[in-house]
Write a protein that binds this ligand. Structure first.
Ligand code: NDP
Length: 405
């Protein structure tokens, strides 16, 4: 039995992971669950799975959980605080750790799993974007096995030669093609883009996602972050990662070899496929995903992205080329700008303008030496982004308000 820890169990990737585990009860044993403050959902998961440990980062929520459960699940030990997540990520009884906490909050526990030499199932892309060199070092030093969960990176991993090693340039590979659905505004004009609402940006045509990731998908920043992720995971230069818009989200990505072969991974757009692939690797296990009917699918389209209308992609490509702390700055400025867009304080096109202004102010951000460098650059970029937002409203002579109202 493979012992599994699910960090971020109450989120979308976490719940999909539990769904795949439930389909393979003779293979996996759930050791621990971890989340932030979703008390009711975690309580329900604890009652169903009865793991040895469960942790909430938020101490007050953990107290509430303790009261809610009382002594009803005596086999589960409850832990509280952000450090508890790192603790369960390194448990000796855990073989595989699903890192599915969203955002920078997932950094420490992901690093802890890598240092402890676990099989690390990496959904938390922020830990690669923000601290790629540190995470890849921790994987090497800790002897961990890193398996990508993001559907595109999992697809690339599936198309690589068996002797490829994560973090090293794969033999015989010329480049990879990262597919992008193009989001809901693929065909929209610049004027139309300036007027889109958060509701429209969050209505993704193929994937069900949380609001921040939906906006990233609509601006193509998500693809830019994935490009950075791909460079670290597969030892590629940014020029070796081509973004291809593929509206049907059936081809999840492709690998091009020096002999002219192009290998692709196809499947229904459902996160349970990459999750099942990484959980079972190198075996194949049931995922519950609907099998693909190519005849019903009919056609697969591909086109180039328009980086004039979708500036965020060009900014991410530039940050990938600059390296060091630039991806940290990009990610932090983007988070602030997207939040402002969701709060109707910024229009859709202004997201890229805020990020660009922050990057311009921090050009020359140095190399990554430690997690402290990362957190300092992240904090500075957030401060500059807020400053820029406040200046933006002052220039308009208005208090922050709903620009789309
Ligand atoms: P969700 O927002 O659905 O879930 C986030 C999870 O993280 C929840 O369990 C949440 O706990 C937990 N969490 C949030 N903040 C903290 C914190 N401060 N400390 C501890 N735990 C915290 O996100 P997703 O499942 O969609 O995404 C998870 C990761 O996977 C992200 O990095 C995302 O980019 C990546 N990803 C997601 C994909 C998708 O299809 N959803 C596809 C590919 C990658 P609580 O409920 O208690 O707040």
């Amino acid at each position: 039995m493979i012992g599994v820890v699910v960090l971020g169990s109450t989120g979308s990737v976490g719940e999909n992971t539990l769904d795949v585990l439930a389909r393979n009860p003779d293979r996996f044993r759930l050791v621990a669950l971890g989340a932030n403050r979703s008390v009711a959902k975690l309580a329900q998961q604890i009652r169903q799975w009865r793991p040895a440990y469960a942790a909430l980062a938020d101490v007050n929520a953990a107290r509430e959980l303790q009261q809610l459960l009382g002594n009803s699940v005596p086999e589960t030990r409850l832990l509280a605080g952000a450090d508890a997540l790192s603790e369960i990520a390194a448990l000796p009884e855990a073989d595989s750790v699903m890192a599915a906490i969203v955002g920078a909050a997932g950094l420490r526990s992901t690093l802890a799993a890598a240092r402890a030499g676990k099989r690390l199932l990496l959904a938390n892309k922020e830990s690669l974007v923000m601290s790629g060199p540190l995470l890849m070092d921790a994987v090497r030093v800790g002897g961990a096995t890193l398996l990508p969960i993001d559907s595109e990176h999992n697809a690339i991993f599936q198309c690589l030669p068996p002797q490829a090693r994560v973090g090293e340039a794969p033999p015989g590979v010329r480049r990879v093609l990262l597919t992008a659905s193009g989001g809901p505004f693929r065909e929209a004009s610049r004027d139309a883009l300036a007027a889109v609402t958060p509701e429209a940006a969050c209505a993704h045509p193929n994937w069900v996602m949380v609001r921040k990731i939906s906006v990233d998908s609509a601006t193509l920043m998500n693809k830019g972050l994935e490009l950075i992720e791909a460079c670290f995971l597969f030892g590629l230069r940014p020029e070796q990662v081509e973004i291809v818009v593929h509206p049907q989200s059936i081809v999840h990505s492709l690998v091009e070899y020096t002999d002219g072969s192009l290998l692709a991974q196809l499947g229904s757009p459902d996160m349970r496929t990459p999750i099942a692939h990484a959980l079972g690797w190198p075996d194949r296990i049931a995922s519950g995903v609907e099998f693909l009917d190519l005849i019903r699918t009919g056609r697969l389209d591909f086109q180039a992205p328009d980086s004039d209308r979708f500036r965020c992609l060009a900014l991410a490509q530039a940050a990938a080329r600059a390296g060091g702390l630039q991806p940290v700055v990009l990610n932090a400025a983007n988070e602030v700008a997207v939040q402002a867009f969701l709060e109707r304080r910024l229009n859709f096109l202004e997201i890229a303008a805020v990020i660009e202004a922050v990057i311009t102010k921090t050009t020359g951000a140095g190399a990554i030496g430690s997690l402290d460098d990362v957190l300092a650059a992240d904090g500075e970029a957030r401060r500059l982004a807020h400053e820029r937002l406040n200046g933006h409203h002052a220039a308009r002579g208005q208090a922050p308000r709903g620009v789309h109202a």
